[in-house]
Design a protein around this ligand. Structure first.
Ligand code: TEU
Ligand code: CA
Length: 540
């Protein structure tokens, strides 16, 4: 099965299931829930980092790339997980954080201790540039008392690696071979479009300096080297790159098969349509016209140029899409299904973030005390510093914080939602009693809707292989597209609003077959009225 037919499920291990009652999810918990994932029908499980780490950025600050963090279990637990998953026909994708390492990593410690070999593993300069860290503040910090500075595009405890040093590349390729030898069949590469820094680093006032280090030409060469030296040898291995502030042109180059770089890429533009003036820490209703334009631009250009998108609404860095795009008080179920169809019938590989398959919502925390994410805590202080009141700053953090999607999974309506028997590391969501897996499997319809979408991608080749073209691009409420494969066509209509709207159904689809629909008994007539958040897929 190629990556085009697969559906990938992301797990944030810290918040999935705790089996040893320390309030933190673990590998044994993931193994225990494999039958649940098999029932959903997904093909591959992406695990956010499970390696030794001081957890300053919840594991995206790696101190040892080939050792399991005791917080999550042992290497035996990992080996058992990969074997058990394989027996159920599922594979494991690991998260590779290769742009930076934790300052607790021995490489950085040896560098601090003066070993030149390891100092060349990092980006040290006598003069810092004016770049700003993605978590706020200066992107450079003093390197011990050497008088030099080291680059950290993220937290001060996440030191960027010098990929221009062949020894660094070989270290990281060795890490990939280690996990490949253990039967890992997928890699998600964290901010992999930032690894190729220029030889000469220059100030760049635009956009906090991002243009100076994002998608640099050498970045493609480094990824081609990595491909050739490791996963390129095994066509079964699936690779996805997380691309920060990227362009469609670059993502075509990263994913076009003849370039031998990656299978697909994540881009985040569609999740910034509720950023006022492009700023994350603001509050505004989502800009639907912008959202559609992005989907059509990336859909048509990737289709025309043989690129491939990783499709998603949710991950561990984003608030729940349901809260961003849907009137959840009145239409949570219909909205969840509409968002699912919009990407699962689309051209690309769909990703499901844990809890999405039951329509989980943001937690609705009461106070800043409940937030723990480094990025959110920094943002709160920055908002106060720019004059916001505590209430205003809290409301903004509440809307955009990454903790929104990092709360424990709601398995049942028990005291700790069946996640643990003790108080979890992060507070539970307010909706845990109403929205949980037990209820969903018993009387819900979102889980079964995802099951059907996953089955359709395997049964109808047009979904995995069809081309993409926009439909009704100017419509103020509907995001529509047509997939085509040989003489087959699939029209997918998604109403993004709680109001009904009527469209002209193209003649060719009047005699079509409805593959999936989130409202019962739909009749295909010329003037088709779509109900609030209705989605319908018509095949012919
Ligand atoms: O995220 C990359 C990234 O760009 C994020 O900063 C993201 O855009 C932001 O959080 C949205 O506000 C990756 C990981 O997914 C994230 O969890 C890590 O914190 C980050 O890299 C550093 O490793
Ligand atoms: Ca645990």
């Amino acid at each position: 099965m190629s990556f085009k037919e697969k559906v990938i499920y992301q797990i944030y291990p810290k918040s999935f299931l705790d089996t040893n009652q320390d309030g933190v999810g673990d590998l044994a918990g993931i193994k225990q829930k494999l039958p649940y994932l098999k029932r959903l029908g997904i093909d591959m499980i992406w695990l956010s980092p499970i390696y030794v780490s001081p957890q300053r950025d919840n594991g995206y600050d790696v101190a040892d790339y080939t050792a399991i963090n005791p917080l999550f279990g042992t290497m035996d637990d990992f080996d058992e997980l990969i074997t058990a998953a394989k027996e159920l026909g599922m594979e494991i994708m690991l998260d590779m954080v290769f742009n930076h390492v934790s300052t607790e990593h021995e490489w950085f410690q040896k560098a601090l201790a003066g070993e030149q070999k390891y100092q060349d593993y990092f980006i040290l300069r006598n003069e810092p540039t004016d770049w700003v860290s993605k978590f706020g503040g200066n992107a450079w910090a003093p390197f011990g008392d050497s008088g030099k500075y080291y680059l950290h595009l993220f937290d001060v405890t996440q030191a960027d690696l010098n990929w221009r040093n062949p020894a660094v590349r070989e270290e990281l390729f060795k890490v990939l071979r280690f996990w490949l030898a253990k039967g890992v069949k997928g890699f998600r590469f964290d901010v992999i479009n930032l690894i190729g820094k220029d030889e000469i680093l220059a100030d760049c006032a635009e956009n906090d300096g991002k243009p100076a280090y994002t998608d640099r030409p050498i970045n493609h060469e480094f990824i081609q080297m990595m491909n050739k030296a490791t996963y390129g040898a095994d066509p079964e291995v699936v690779t996805v790159g997380e691309m920060s502030f990227t362009t469609v042109e670059n993502c075509i180059l990263y994913t076009r098969p003849d370039r031998e770089e990656l299978d697909m890429t994540f881009n985040f533009h569609h999740l910034k349509v509720d950023y006022e003036d492009g700023k994350k820490w603001t509050q505004m209703p989502f800009d639907f016209a912008k959202l559609k334009e992005l989907f059509h631009t990336w859909g048509t250009q990737m289709s025309a140029e043989q690129g491939w998108n990783a499709l998603f609404w949710n991950n561990h860095d984003q608030p729940r899409a349901l809260n961003r795009f849907v009137d959840v008080d009145n239409y949570r179920v219909a909205g969840a299904k509409m968002l699912a169809s919009a990407i699962h019938l689309n051209r690309g590989t769909p990703y499901i973030y844990m809890g999405e398959e039951i329509g989980m919502l943001d937690p609705d925390f009461e106070s800043m005390e409940q937030y723990v994410d480094v990025e959110s805590l920094n943002a709160y202080q920055a908002l106060l510093a720019e004059g916001k009141t505590e209430q205003e700053a809290f409301e903004i953090v509440k809307t955009k914080s990454r903790d929104n999607s990092r709360i424990p999974i709601q398995w049942d309506s028990g005291e700790f939602s069946g996640f643990s028997k003790v108080t979890p590391w992060l507070s539970l969501g307010k909706s845990a009693k109403e929205i949980n897996v037990a209820k969903e499997l018993q009387e819900g319809s979102i889980f079964s809707y995802y099951q059907k979408l996953i089955r359709l991608r395997k049964e109808y080749p047009i979904i995995a292989q069809g081309s993409y073209e926009a439909f009704l691009a100017e419509d103020p409420q509907i995001y529509g597209y047509i997939r085509r494969l040989e003489e087959q066509s699939l029209l997918v209509l998604n109403n993004f609003y709680p109001q009904e709207t009527t469209i002209e159904l193209p003649e060719e689809f009047l005699t079509g077959e409805i593959l999936i629909n989130n409202y019962p008994n739909e009749k295909l007539i010329e003037k088709l009225t779509l109900k609030p958040y209705q989605t319908v897929a018509i095949y012919r």
